[in-house]
Design a protein. Structure first.
Length: 194
């Protein structure tokens, strides 16, 4: 899929504010890809398309997840918006013929992450959290760390996600905890996030 086509699809599909978010994520993903010598166009495209299924209702997300066999945990039935990433990847493949496995995997995992993430997955996950429209306590620190080290950025990003969920009384998906712990234990012992 070409970038111009992706931009039009997302512009037509999402609300103006969600479209602007997607464009910001795309630009941030391109910047991170450049920083870490990854494919800039692929990262930009992933950023544009990452929220393809964001406007779908919770009930429809559940129906689609059941049809595609995508339910991993009971938390997803209780918080179906967590499914928008995996559903988006499935719909992009089905409706638009997107075949780039790395791109689809990055989109599929941009919300919860996964153990063993590839660089593009980390780039998209982080770009979604640190795009210029985001504002939360610690964002500047996260931006600084993500710009220097994808793994340290991912650890801190998952910790902010966990803090947000706990602070707002939201359910925590166990995969986010697994991703955080896996990344943290892989960091050199002398590495400090704080």
């Amino acid at each position: 899929m070409e970038i111009a086509e992706a931009e039009k699809i997302i512009r037509d599909r999402l609300s103006p504010s969600r479209y602007q978010h997607s464009m910001q994520v795309a630009r941030m993903a391109r910047q991170l890809a450049r920083q870490f010598n990854e494919n800039e166009n692929q990262a930009y495209l992933a950023g544009i398309l990452h929220d393809y299924a964001k406007g779908i209702s919770g009930g429809e997300l559940l129906n689609l997840a059941e049809a595609y066999g995508l339910i991993e945990d009971e938390v997803e039935r209780l918080a179906p918006d967590l499914l928008h990433a995996r559903i988006g990847a499935e719909l992009l493949a089905r409706d638009w013929g997107v075949e780039d496995k790395e791109l689809l995997q990055a989109i599929s995992n941009h919300t919860l992450g996964r153990v063993g993430m590839a660089p593009l997955e980390k780039i998209l996950f982080l770009a979604d959290m640190i795009e210029p429209g985001r504002d939360f306590p610690g964002i500047d620190r996260l931006r600084c760390i993500a710009d220097r080290d994808l793994d340290r950025g991912m650890v801190l990003a998952t910790e902010f996600t966990l803090q947000y969920c706990m602070g707002t009384g939201r359910l925590i998906h166990p995969r986010t905890v697994l991703v955080r712990n896996n990344l943290l234990t892989a960091l050199p012992k002398e590495t400090s996030l704080w």
